[in-house]
Design a binder for this molecule. Sequence first.
Ligand code: SAH
Ligand code: SF4
Length: 443
Amino acid sequence: MINAAETTPDDSLQPAAVMPIPGPSDPMVLPRKAGTRADGKRVLIGLSKAELRSALADIGIPAKQINMRASQLWHWLYNRGVTEIQAMANISKDMRTILDQHFVVGRPEVVTAQVSNDGTRKWLLRFDDGEEAECVFIPDAWRGTLCVSSQVGCTLNCRFCHTGTMKLVRNLTAAEIVGQVMLARDALGEWPNGAASLPALPDTDDDDDDRPYIPGAHNPGNNYTPEGRMLTNIVMMGMGEPLYNFDNVRNALQIVMDGDGLGLSKRRITLSTSGVVPMMARAGHEIGVNLAVSLHAVTKEIRDEIVPINKKFGIDELLQACADYPGANNARRITFEYVMLDGKNDSDEDARELVRLIRRYRLPAKVNLIPFNPWPGSAYLCSPPERIRAFSDIIFNAGISAPVRTPRGRDIMAACGQLKSASEKISRAELDRRAAEKELGWV
Ligand code: SAH
Ligand code: SF4
């Protein structure tokens, strides 16, 4: 039996991973034990194959069965999308009972699900400890992009970003990051209802599709076509700075990219960083996905003000790290994100300086111009459309692609930089008070 006390705390959840950044507030990262719940059961989603094998060994599964059991579980978890161990039909009933005593499949709880008038969907998710984060799905004609969060809140305080105003910050575990992808597939009805490699199951449901009903799995009926997969791309652009939660983001994306797992190509995954320079090379080597960099300004003065991590890692250091990013080439360009703030960073001169910098560092680059998305209390205005167009033209005329990103999901506060969960309502003082009460045994 695994209980909470026996599991090792996840070091990457500790504040040590985060460097203090000067800013208007001083958020903290809460430590949290990964993968266990109040009932002591271990969450299966998010365990690597090696962790899964050792979790099975821990509960006394005989050594000669471990590889087989691990493959069975992996298949049910990531190919079939079951949400209950009892739904794993080709595992014996006795074995399912044993597994049930020690494990749960694991999904975040959906607190609210909203759909924008442009089809964008946003889920507010609650994790086992009650913390919350948001996750957004953006459907397009040719692809469907899931915007995944890496932290509850963010320790950085980019002035134009709603998430950056949250006081409470905790790293998400690998389970919670993979869980967002699983949940989106659940909600979009994307799990196959039968795989060729498995024995055929009878079609016991009433959806008339000749596909078996799998208890505990989501049964999408006629909506599912393996070719027409809706969730095709993932961007680590939700709440949080992914490179301040490196290990969990890497472990989660490795499961997402695993050919026997969720099987998404690394070319369809993009990680966005505000510029955590010391982690960029590792991200390239150990994760290898596309890189997006939140540049947003071309002078020290303005970038220091709006992206405060710039005081720690300046523009030159950042662009050099981009030039050194493993795998970047003309076929796989680095995306520079640039939020258009009226009168702040949107002059012709700024655009020309951006071109100069990209050339100077010989970067295989494209620029994504993001119209500023307002949120309650935000201090900026979006640049007017003609200013954005003029800015884009200067970059485009220099031979660099500079599309303007169409804002999506603004009506449900799901657009870039608008994400924020209720966790901010707990102040540091309140947390200290709760910790003191706990120590006194009041709760
Ligand atoms: N923390 C990471 C990834 C999450 S933010 C990062 O900063 O890169 C995803 C993108 O949205 C970033 O480029 C971010 O700067 C941008 N963004 C934040 N607030 C915004 C807002 N209010 N309007 C438009 N874009 C915003
Ligand atoms: Fe954090 Fe990114 Fe928002 Fe900056 S833009 S506060 S790094 S989530």
